[in-house]
Design a protein around this ligand. Sequence first.
Ligand SMILES: Cc1cc2nc3c(=O)[nH]c(=O)nc-3n(C[C@H](O)[C@H](O)[C@H](O)COP(=O)(O)OP(=O)(O)OC[C@H]3O[C@@H](n4cnc5c(N)ncnc54)[C@H](O)[C@@H]3O)c2cc1C
Length: 380
Amino acid sequence: MSNNFDLIIIGAGPAGSAAAFTAAKENISVLLLEEHPKIGIPVVCAEGLSKSTIKDYLDIKPEWISRNLFGSIIRGPDGEEFKMEFPECGWILDRKIFDAALANMAKAQGTVIKTSAKAINIENDEVIVNESNEEKRYKFKFLIGADGIASNVGKWMGINTRLNLNDIVVCAQYLIEGIKIESQYTHLIIGDEYAPGGYAWIFPKSDNSANIGLGISPVKTKKKAIHFLDKWVKKEFANGKITEKRFGGVPATLLKRFSGKNFFLAGDAARFVNPLNGAGIANAVKSGIIAGRNAVLRLKGKKDYFEAEIKKEILKEIKFHHRIRKAYLKLTDKEYNEIFKIGKKVYEGKRIGHINMYHLVKEIVFSSPRLFYIGFGLLF
Ligand SMILES: Cc1cc2nc3c(=O)[nH]c(=O)nc-3n(C[C@H](O)[C@H](O)[C@H](O)COP(=O)(O)OP(=O)(O)OC[C@H]3O[C@@H](n4cnc5c(N)ncnc54)[C@H](O)[C@@H]3O)c2cc1C
């Protein structure tokens, strides 16, 4: 087999596989590299996916789903809760199956997939790969970096991808079995006791198991995410059995540049994540598809629309959420409680079909002078 490919994609998460199945069907040669021996393992994700964010890009197959969701239960800092009935909101995926299925879609279109193949550097038009402990070199005409939050591809291609403390949400999560949960609802918890500068979640995986985790902002607390998770789990799930432990980060910043003469970045590598709720699966798939489509245009010597499509489909919404996060980080538990009460007033007891963030922010901003002071700029 030749070591020359039209397109090399580094990282077989949702972004990389989506780029691969999009590009490979256009009759160009595609190599997809994954450092782990099995695609989809380990899963560092709570696996929640909202229907509205993905529906125009990918049909979600029943076998990829752990749980169909019917809404959320929200808990405020005082411990008070309310339920949002939102029958079409989305799913908890099984990412071990989902990630592998997307890679299989790429393979079915002719993508060459190499696992246990870690890209260790790029020299000119060659990716240097540690493949099962042997050094190999693969030549590319175009490259897509889909290597997740710890991405090196951007750095190798001359982009500043450094994450400062303020640019990251630090997460800890356990898969806990043998617990009592409302298994068709996600549980979202705000407040400094649980997750300073972020939120805590219970995402059901079955009738009696869930991904239970939280994300914190390291600028709001010096304590580690695991400290908050252990404290909470001891209090609420002491009888459960922890079967997986996962630690990771969610990027909460934007890059100045995410493409170049012969490359695009996609997914977490490009920081295409909602910094407020940490959702990155849908944007990984979307940006992968956009990257794959536009890489083909470049390879065929045509004008591409990568930057324009990313701006319209992904960045517009993310930028709004970055501004909300900036305001969110300034809030105290007293203000989280006020916001919780507004959410309760707006959503409790109603059947929801869609959440309009702009209208919600408007309700919150006009509810008190302090929130008006912090959040007024978000409306314009
Ligand atoms: C605790 C936690 C919970 C989360 N929960 C959610 C959630 O509920 N919903 C949601 O939408 N998002 C969630 N996210 C975010 C989501 O997991 C990511 O946004 C998503 O996985 C990004 O997909 P990706 O393809 O860009 O990157 P990844 O899924 O990270 O895939 C990158 C791939 O590249 C491979 N790779 C890296 N470097 C190399 C290399 N040098 N050579 C070869 N391969 C390499 C990795 O092994 C990996 O397989 C969560 C994140 C965390 C940390």
